[in-house]
Design a protein around this ligand. Structure first.
Ligand code: ADP
Ligand code: MG
Length: 368
């Protein structure tokens, strides 16, 4: 598969810390929950597994942690086959949505627990716990119990506990799911900072697309046990390779039509209403085939361009402060969502008006 930075999978293989090869998983003889997964995790990266509920993210993470085993396929870490290795021999820090702290132990004892299990001697243990407490800004809370801390603070303790024995990787499964929005955003920044500070490989699971886009070096989009696309956040957002990825990440318009010409990287599509538009050609489209022109609402310009112009009738508009959401209907019955800046709109377009629009060719994708 082509990657955002132009490197082939072969190049990545050499810097991979973990490689999944043809990994499938089924529970109880039912359908495949993870379906023939190939995945290279790059050393030091922040990789997010993103997808709707039930798409196989947690199962993939649990196979990496060693709490679940593949039905078939292999997982290698640093060249060694770890497919059947128990969790405690994989050297991975794991953080779950539920903090799973020990209620009867202090914060310092909770964080020290993995070191005690590993029989690290007392002075070293004390030093590392202090370091981990500093890292998550909880130095003053060492002697409290978990019940005396807020949800966000408890999750920081869980994070410190996962980092304290310097694991080879940190795995996190929806760790911020229980927190309210502002605390979640603050923790996203803190986790990202810790990643940058430590340089350890992070694999992070979420169903929140915004969280995935802000935190990650790469995002793997899961759908029905398969990775639909894996690339940088910008690539995933601006160049989705499938309709599923386009629809799952942010708002998008999909205008149905027929491909009428292919021209290298570009293609032309005729919409049901007759308009002909050019866009970047997605994989697997061919002249004569059905396809959709995929364009983000914020990409469409309210002006008459020299190419890729079309007209639509304004059916409704809503003011949202920093932008106006506009819906127009096109000839042929399809409709289009736009997000425009208030100053450009001027506020004087009315429902029923005909608007001249332009879809910049580089912002339009034609997908099968
Ligand atoms: N222990 C289990 N036993 C049986 N089915 C499971 C088990 N864990 C998960 N599943 C099923 O596997 C599918 C994928 O689940 P999961 O990996 O948790 O997805 P996600 O984390 O993306 O929501 C779901 O349909 C779920 O019901
Ligand atoms: Mg899950």
């Amino acid at each position: 598969m082509r990657q955002a930075d132009g490197k082939s999978d072969r190049d990545r293989g050499s810097q991979a810390i973990v490689s999944f090869r043809s990994v499938s998983k089924r529970y109880d003889h039912k359908s495949l929950v993870v379906d023939n997964l190939d995945l290279d995790i790059v050393r030091g990266e922040f990789l997010t597994l993103l997808g709707p509920s039930g798409s196989g993210k947690t199962t993939t993470l649990m196979m990496l942690a060693g709490f679940e085993w593949p039905t078939s396929g292999t997982i290698h870490m640093d060249g060694a086959d770890i497919t059947d290795l128990p969790p405690y021999r994989r050297d991975m820090g794991v953080v779950f949505q539920s903090y799973a702290l020990f209620p009867h132990m202090t914060i310092a004892e909770n964080i020290a627990f993995p070191l005690a299990v590993r029989k690290i001697e007392a002075a070293e243990k004390k030093r590392r716990v202090a370091e981990a407490l500093d890292l998550v800004h909880l130095a003053d809370y060492a002697d409290r119990r978990p019940s005396q801390l807020s949800g966000g603070q408890q999750q920081r303790v869980a994070l410190a506990r996962s980092l304290v024995y310097k694991p080879r990787m940190v795995l996190m499964d929806e760790p911020l799911g229980a927190l309210d929005k502002s605390l979640r955003e603050q923790m996203q920044m803190e986790i990202k900072q810790i990643h940058q500070q430590l340089g350890v490989t992070f694999v992070y699971v979420t169903h929140d697309q915004e969280e995935a886009l802000t935190m990650s070096d790469r995002v793997a989009v899961f759908h029905q046990g398969k990775i639909q696309q894996i690339s940088s956040p910008i690539e995933i957002y601006t160049r989705p390779q499938t309709r599923f990825v386009a629809g799952f990440l942010g708002e998008t318009n999909m205008l149905e039509g027929t491909v009428i010409a292919m021209n290298g990287e570009a293609a032309e599509i005729r919409l049901a209403g007759g308009a002909v538009l050019r866009g970047r050609a997605g994989e697997g489209i061919s002249a004569g085939g059905r396809a959709a022109l995929v364009v983000r609402p914020e990409t469409i310009l309210q002006e008459r361009g020299s190419s890729n112009a079309l007209e639509g009738r304004l059916t409704d508009q809503h003011f949202h402060g920093d932008h106006i959401r506009v819906r127009v209907s096109l000839d042929g019955g399809q409709s289009l969502q736009l997000k425009i800046k208030p100053d450009i709109c001027g506020g004087n377009a009315q429902v029923g008006d005909t608007l001249a629009l332009t879809i910049p060719e580089e912002g339009a994708l034609i997908l099968a």
